[in-house]
Design a protein around this ligand. Structure first.
Ligand SMILES: CC(C)(COP(=O)(O)OP(=O)(O)OC[C@H]1O[C@@H](n2cnc3c(N)ncnc32)[C@H](O)[C@@H]1OP(=O)(O)O)[C@@H](O)C(=O)NCCC(=O)NCCS
Length: 188
């Protein structure tokens, strides 16, 4: 059977030498720090943001709420989970209780000094407003507070919005990798 490979970039941010300035989120939006009670909310906005994206074929768990929930549970249960780099963005509604989650990001560490960004996602209805950039910078600030010196991430090379976003905040390409696409994804 033919094997399909997807090109992926590893990108790195030099936290020790590049200043991070977290922008204000637009009026009507606010930050929610990590707390275990927000796990389902992270999973839900992750699912709504990724379900129709090419990455959901590469990582099938992203195409289902249950998969996103498992992924969030796994990430946040690890001893190298970094809560300071894990954030939700919520849009306030007139009725405060029914505010809508619009973005999520999580942080982990690969070593004492090396952080790793996981799963940046903005709900499709709220893209192009600067929220993705704000999330990445908020997480970078959290990694800095957690005393990381560098931060890495992996991104599908064809995911132009994400690659451009990471470049625009100061991530540099350090390696190109090839990931085998799962059989079920090739069949789609
Ligand atoms: C990638 C993603 C998080 C960007 O979120 P966003 O809120 O729309 O991004 P922002 O509005 O903050 O844009 C910041 C920068 O990203 C880049 N960007 C965003 N959308 C873009 C697009 N459609 N095409 C090219 N570049 C784009 C630009 O450099 C932009 O800067 P500019 O506005 O000064 O030109 C969003 O598209 C998303 O959730 N995608 C699906 C999930 C995903 O693929 N996540 C990445 C996994 S590695």
């Amino acid at each position: 059977m033919a094997v399909t490979y997807i090109r992926r970039f590893r990108m790195e941010f030099d936290l020790a030498n590049v200043r991070v300035v977290v922008p204000e989120v637009p009026d009507g939006f606010r930050w929610i720090p990590w707390h275990p009670s927000t796990l389902t909310r992270h999973a839900r906005v992750k699912y709504l943001s990724f379900r129709n994206e090419p990455d959901a074929r590469l990582f099938p768990c992203l195409s289902e709420f249950a998969g996103c929930y498992r992924l969030m549970s796994d990430i946040t249960a690890q001893s190298n989970f970094i809560r300071q780099a894990t954030w939700l963005i919520v849009r306030d509604a007139d009725d405060f209780q029914s505010g809508e989650d619009v973005g999520t990001i999580q942080g982990m560490s690969h070593s004492d000094l090396l952080g790793a960004v996981q799963n940046v996602a903005i709900h499709p209805d709220f893209r192009g407003m600067g929220l993705g950039r704000a999330l990445v910078l908020k997480a970078l600030d959290g990694f800095r507070r957690a005393r990381m010196r560098r931060v890495v991430l992996e991104v599908t090379a064809a995911n132009q919005p994400a690659v451009d976003l990471y470049r625009s905040v100061g991530f540099r390409l350090v390696r190109t990798m090839f990931k085998e696409l799962p059989d079920e994804a090739v069949a789609v």
